[in-house]
Design a protein around this ligand. Structure first.
Ligand code: ADP
Length: 645
């Protein structure tokens, strides 16, 4: 059962039938709700496993461009079914006015009235309604399925794409934008696929059918009506489309500005208050909101002109029909029944136009969403897998940096000429001032980035030429802020080694010294932790992250030490845990505390993107250089408190 799916409190799926009563303090599902949740789970249908294959897209290879056409044509069967039902529903109901005209002409005009014909017409009318409604029902059902399928594919496609992107894509500010792509943009499309397309098709087809029937019934009158009505309608529609596009752009920009201003004011609330900026803030916000209001008024006005305008054209058309058609009836060139049918058809011809006005906005937002999603899907990972990448064989763990230069922006180097070899099984601590480039060097080992020049190799294999999967399956990474997913402790620990047995998990827990915590929990390693482990202390989260790395048995471990101040007891625990985890592994430690650095086999001092000293703690102290100075300051500041230098 899944990682990160749903709220942490809801994670009971896949568990033993006995169920997990709660989790950590305040975690899991409240006991009073447990029965309800179980009932809900029992009634849930089994969803088949999704057959989604994940693969990296090699450098230079383009993914298929996103388009609505491609998305829907993937479901050919449902699309064809839907089209057939649309056709049936829109064509068959157009028999109504014809039947009315026929009944008038053939059963009601002259006595004796032929009531049998009238009855047949009524029966046919009713039959037509039944078939038409049936087709509409079937069509709505099919396009619902089509929309659900398309949205499912799109969600997976966007999500898989996000998984492929490089790490620096995911910044805090982007998270909001990405969430909106995954929610409102995809929902806009759902609206469009589910109702929009079918509705546009129905309305277009209805209008076409009506025109054909009118021509078949009396081509002179049909030609006259069309000539009188359609050009005016066309001119108005073109104007409407242009004006409405412009209005929609204004609304979209308007709401974006409102949200941006709102978010800035909320985030900067403290600064705003501290500098007495409230009044100016209100003035700015009033302007932004005012523009949004104007944009809405503008679109409202356009709709107000177009709707009644088309109605007026329709009524003028009817007047013309009455005059010309009436004369034709008087001269015996047209039967009254056909004239009545024409009136009904003309009405029906205008009905879809009103609907199109309402749906035009949904078409536009759907189109805008497609463009935005396409933009997201076309974002290329900064670190692509090489087209001819090979699997990294089982490694012993020798890491070599050769003449490595690197800049997040290649014009602006952060690392300069780094040369370093880390031997198999050796632990190396990077120390140095903040911003010196320690984490950046570690990121090159895990290939979150590629060097701008030079190479980073493991066992002589340039990381640029190996597959991500083979590399990362042999690497362990413990980040500064360990992330715990919604799920049990065991789920979290076996993240990188899903086949680990309970014994192995318990062993890992013991090795990092977490057995006390686990023993205290109601269900041991099967206890559910809150999303992101909020119910655990910082030290416990660190230890869990170490246990997770331990369980994966990586040959190479990259560990970014937590900077948060831990209490002395937790720190001692973590140091012991580190000893257990680092045993016999090549380890790169980004050490924020010299007490950690001291325990490493070698220490690398990084300053302004270059390595200035390398050696063991004792050697470097003896050298009396940068490290010795740092160490001295640290001792003076109070090593006993474990403060970072
Ligand atoms: P350290 O780990 O030694 O504190 P880093 O390796 O994190 O330093 O940072 C080295 C330099 O690179 C800093 O000047 C920092 O501002 C810059 N930097 C770090 N991460 C990024 C990033 N994602 N994009 C651009 N610059 C970055």
């Amino acid at each position: 059962m899944g990682w990160g799916g749903g709220g942490g409190g809801m994670m009971v799926g896949g568990g033993p039938p006995g169920g997990r009563v709660g989790g950590l303090p305040f975690g899991g599902i409240p006991t009073e709700l447990l029965d309800g949740v179980r009932r809900l789970q029992a009634s849930e249908p089994d969803h088949p496993k999704s057959a989604v294959a994940f693969h990296q897209i090699p450098a230079g290879q383009e993914a298929e461009q996103l388009s609505l056409f491609r998305l829907v044509t993937h479901y050919k069967r449902w699309l064809i079914e839907s089209a057939i039902f649309v056709a049936i529903a829109s064509i068959i109901v157009q028999a109504g006015p014809w039947l009315t005209g026929y009944a008038i002409d053939h059963s009601l005009r002259h006595a004796p009235y032929h009531l049998d014909i009238l009855i047949w017409c009524v029966v046919a009318y009713a039959g037509m309604i039944v078939i038409g409604s049936g087709a509409q029902w079937a069509q709505a059902r099919t396009s619902g399925r089509l929309a659900a399928g398309v949205m499912h594919d799109l969600r997976i496609r966007v999500f898989a794409h996000l998984q492929r992107l490089s790490l620096d894509f995911f910044t805090e500010e982007k998270a909001g934008v990405l969430m909106s792509r995954m929610t409102s943009d995809i929902e806009n499309l759902q609206q469009l696929v589910q109702d929009g397309i079918a509705s546009f098709a129905t309305q277009g087809l209805t209008m076409a059918t009506i025109v054909i029937i009118m021509f078949l019934q009396c081509w002179q009158l049909a030609a006259l009506t069309i000539v009188a009505v359609v050009p005016a309608l066309l001119v108005m529609s073109i104007w409407f489309q242009k004006a409405s596009d412009h209005g929609y752009d204004r609304i979209r920009d308007g709401i974006a500005d409102v949200l941006a201003d709102l978010s800035e004011s909320l985030h900067g609330a403290r600064i705003v208050t501290a500098h007495n900026r409230q009044r100016q803030n209100i003035v700015v916000h009033r302007e932004v909101v005012g523009e949004y209001r104007n944009a809405n008024i503008y679109t409202g006005t356009i709709n107000a002109i177009y709707g009644p305008g088309t109605l007026a054209i329709g009524i003028l058309g009817q007047a013309l029909l009455l005059g010309v058609g009436g004369l034709m009836v008087a001269h015996g060139n047209l039967s009254p029944g056909v004239l009545v049918a024409f009136f009904l058809y003309l009405n029906r011809f205008f009905a879809p136009i009103q609907l199109l006005v309402q749906q035009y906005n949904s078409l536009q937002s759907g189109r805008a969403s497609i463009t935005k999603l396409r933009g997201l899907l076309e974002t290329q990972p900064d670190v692509p897998e090489a087209a001819n990448a090979v699997d990294l064989p089982v490694i012993v763990g020798r890491i070599t940096f050769t003449n490595v230069d690197f800049g997040y922006d290649p014009q602006n180097l952060v690392l300069h000429g780094v040369n370093l070899t880390i031997e198999p099984g050796e632990s190396v601590a990077f120390v140095g001032p903040t911003g010196a480039g320690k984490s950046t060097m570690a990121k090159l080992v895990t290939r979150f980035y590629d060097p701008t020049s030079g190479s980073v190799c493991i066992d002589g294999h340039d990381l640029k030429n190996v597959t991500f999967h083979s590399l990362r399956s042999q690497l362990g990474v413990v980040p500064q802020e360990p992330f715990l997913f919604a799920g049990t402790i065991k789920d979290n620990l076996t993240f990188a080694n899903p086949d680990a047995s309970d014994d192995e998990v318990n062993d890992a827990v013991r090795r990092v010294g977490l057995e006390d915590l686990v023993d205290r929990l109601p269900e041991g390693i099967n206890t559910v932790v809150h999303e992101r482990g909020q119910s655990l202390s910082a030290g416990e989260r660190q230890l869990l992250a170490l246990a997770r790395a331990f369980l994966a048995h990586p040959r190479v471990l990259v560990l970014d030490e937590a900077t948060s101040n831990l209490d002395l007891q937790s720190e001692t625990k973590i140091e012991h845990a580190l000893d257990a985890v680092l045993e016999n592994r090549t380890a790169v430690l980004i050490a924020h505390r010299l007490s950690t650095a001291k325990r490493a086999d070698r220490i690398v001092v990084v300053e302004r993107g270059t390595i200035v000293e390398v050696g063991s703690h004792d050697d470097l102290i003896a050298q009396g250089g940068a490290y010795a100075a740092m160490y001295e300051t640290w001792i003076r500041q109070g090593a006993a408190e474990g403060l970072a230098p």
